[in-house]
Ligand binder design. Sequence first.
Ligand SMILES: NC(=O)c1ccc[n+]([C@@H]2O[C@H](COP(=O)([O-])OP(=O)(O)OC[C@H]3O[C@@H](n4cnc5c(N)ncnc54)[C@H](O)[C@@H]3O)[C@@H](O)[C@H]2O)c1
Length: 324
Amino acid sequence: MLTAAPPPAPYTAVGLGRDPRTQSSTPGESFTDRKRFATMTHTIKGAEIARSIRTRVAERVAAAGGQVPGLATVLIGDDPASAVYVAAKRRAVREAGMRDIHRHLRHQATQNEVAAVIDELAGDPDVSGILLQLPLPAQLDAAPLIDRIPVTKDVDGLTTASAGRLARGERGMRPCTPNGVIELLDAEGIELQGAHVAVVGWGQLVGRPLSQLLLRRGATVTVAHEFTADLTAVTRPADVVVVATGVRGLIGPEHVKPGATVVDVGIHRTPDGLAGDVRAAELDGIAGRITPVPGGVGPMTIAMLLVNTLQAAEWGAERDAVPA
Ligand SMILES: NC(=O)c1ccc[n+]([C@@H]2O[C@H](COP(=O)([O-])OP(=O)(O)OC[C@H]3O[C@@H](n4cnc5c(N)ncnc54)[C@H](O)[C@@H]3O)[C@@H](O)[C@H]2O)c1
């Protein structure tokens, strides 16, 4: 595993009940009272942890010698946000010493044209992994296109086959953002076995696969979504709260137990820069640890894409290790 060395942990999420700073907290108390018992909020430095993972990936690529992993990115249309994301991924690939392969199709590309490009990359031995940048233009049906990616090259972990392998606990590619969240929690030395983790959001990209990964790690997982009647009742008892809803500023101090770890997956472009799904400033002095936006989960997503590409190259070399 490419886990960064854990920094000293003042305390872990599990065992908070034994922490004298939190024992006085009761459900009815005011936020001011809660702040009195809380401690300094530690910012989880996702960018640093991601950099350390990327460095180790680059070292592994260099050590492997001639067999250079290759990532193929497929971008359709000219959506500015997608173009920025793909450019960042391609830059990271080159910095890791991997082969950067790119296909850019016009916005009006047909289902058959995109399918043909994916099939070509699927058959190319120089391509270790294929990433189809989402969202796709409205005329395209994403699911069947994603499912054309062979499971051994599915570096985004979004094919039906990879989702099935995750659900069954079989060897397979794990989606980058949820995998990055797990790496962050591991890097912080947060014990997941036995911890109560609330996952807010049940999306295909983040919440759903993340809840599976957390269950596999022995956490007790509660999943909330847009129809959850009482969100606070779900998140407030949790040792770790992970938020991936796309609703800016959804989570505030009323949702978080003093000392809990808060992971903010949301990304929103605002006139003042990037913002998340969590009102981070209001959690200062309440949360034990929190991921910033930017500089938290975002950089981990790219780092885990490199880890998956390296994995795909190793599976490519083994060929029959993960039957397609
Ligand atoms: N940091 C990264 O690298 C990264 C990567 C992928 C996605 N994201 C971000 O994560 C967020 C979620 O992405 P996604 O693709 O899973 O989204 P999605 O739209 O597929 O899912 C959103 C989920 O949030 C839930 N939800 C919506 N409103 C809610 C509410 N008021 N209370 C509780 N739950 C609510 C919905 O029920 C749904 O399950 C987005 O902001 C996206 O930009 C970030």
